[in-house]
Design a protein around this ligand. Structure first.
Ligand code: NAI
Length: 279
């Protein structure tokens, strides 16, 4: 349901060289997947110790992957690990490595000012064609992008933890992201072997926007003493369904779209159409 993209200063960029900033939980995971799928990756963090730990973690994970995937071909497995590791280099100075990058993907601390400062500085150093992206879970991409002069080449790439295992990437376009940038990010996600969904730059994008209210409601329910934690778990496992007994609670409020679908007899699989059409 996108409403058009802004125009771009550059044509489609094929992403081959990637700078990943932040070698923590997410950055190291993304680096592992990108390196395993043939991209050259420079992983950046604030000090050598963190980077060493990140690369060690990647190596350990690759060994685990290989044990399963190459169980009967240990030599091919070892080659896979070596190839992937050769694709990873590290640096403590993002400014000096962005020159050769098609994509700068940030997975640092979740702080708007720090992310803005980072991208604002790199904007002056990176080549024109370089796409910038953030892995933020909760900050507006457009706010982070506002510190740069490449609004058309700025988007969100939201991965899930643990990155090598979780299949999904949310690809986020702001109102200023160009079609070319968005397509490049979609293609990159595909090359990583992920399934991507397109998201607008709204709080929580898709997954966390739906997941967080649910999680918070469970905690509040427990907090109010409406149920013991054991009973809440059992109830959700065995009887997940709606309650009509809470008409004033906005969580249970009617949805216009749902009411319309029901009125049209679009009840899902049993009538051949609901949110989807079934053959
Ligand atoms: P983390 O704390 O494991 O890693 C962050 C890394 O960034 C640290 O190694 C830190 O030293 C480094 N760092 C901080 N400031 C830096 C700077 N200015 N330059 C270079 N490196 C810097 O954090 P995590 O969990 O990997 O999260 C990173 C980002 O990914 C956050 O924006 C978070 O919202 C997002 N995210 C996290 C998910 C999760 O489940 N942990 C899921 C999806 C997104």
């Amino acid at each position: 349901i996108r409403r058009g993209f802004s125009s771009s200063a550059v044509r489609n960029v094929v992403i081959k060289h990637v700078t990943i900033i932040g070698g923590g939980q997410m950055g190291a995971g993304i680096a592992q997947v990108a390196a395993s799928t043939g991209h050259s990756v420079t992983l950046v963090d604030t000090n050598e110790d963190i980077l060493k730990k990140a690369v060690k973690g990647i190596e350990g994970n690759l060994k685990r992957v290989v044990k399963k995937k190459f169980a009967d071909k240990p030599e091919a497995g070892e080659e896979f690990i070596q190839k992937a590791l050769q694709n990873v280099s590290t640096s403590t100075d993002a400014g000096s490595v962005v020159q050769g990058s098609d994509l700068v993907l940030e997975a640092i601390v979740e702080n708007l000012k720090i992310k803005q400062d980072l991208f604002g500085g790199l904007d002056k150093l990176a080549p024109t064609h370089t796409i910038f992206a953030s892995n933020t879970s909760s900050l507006p991409i457009s706010d982070i992008a506002s510190s740069t002069n490449r609004l058309d080449r700025f988007g969100g790439l939201h991965f899930f933890n643990p990155v090598p295992i979780m299949k999904l990437v949310e690809v986020i376009a702001t109102s200023a992201t160009s079609q070319e940038t968005f397509d490049s990010l979609l293609n990159f996600s595909k090359k990583l072997g992920k399934t991507s969904v397109s998201c607008k730059d709204t709080p929580g994008f898709i997954v966390n926007r739906l997941l967080l209210p649910y999680i918070m409601e469970v905690i509040r329910m427990y907090e109010r003493g409406d149920g013991s934690k054991e009973d809440i778990d059992i109830a959700m496992k065995l009887g997940c369904g709606w309650s009509a007994a809470n008409p004033d609670n906005p969580v249970f409020a009617q949805s216009e779209l749902l009411t319309k679908l029901v009125a049209e007899g679009k009840l899902g699989k049993k009538t051949g159409e609901g949110f989807y059409k079934y053959k």
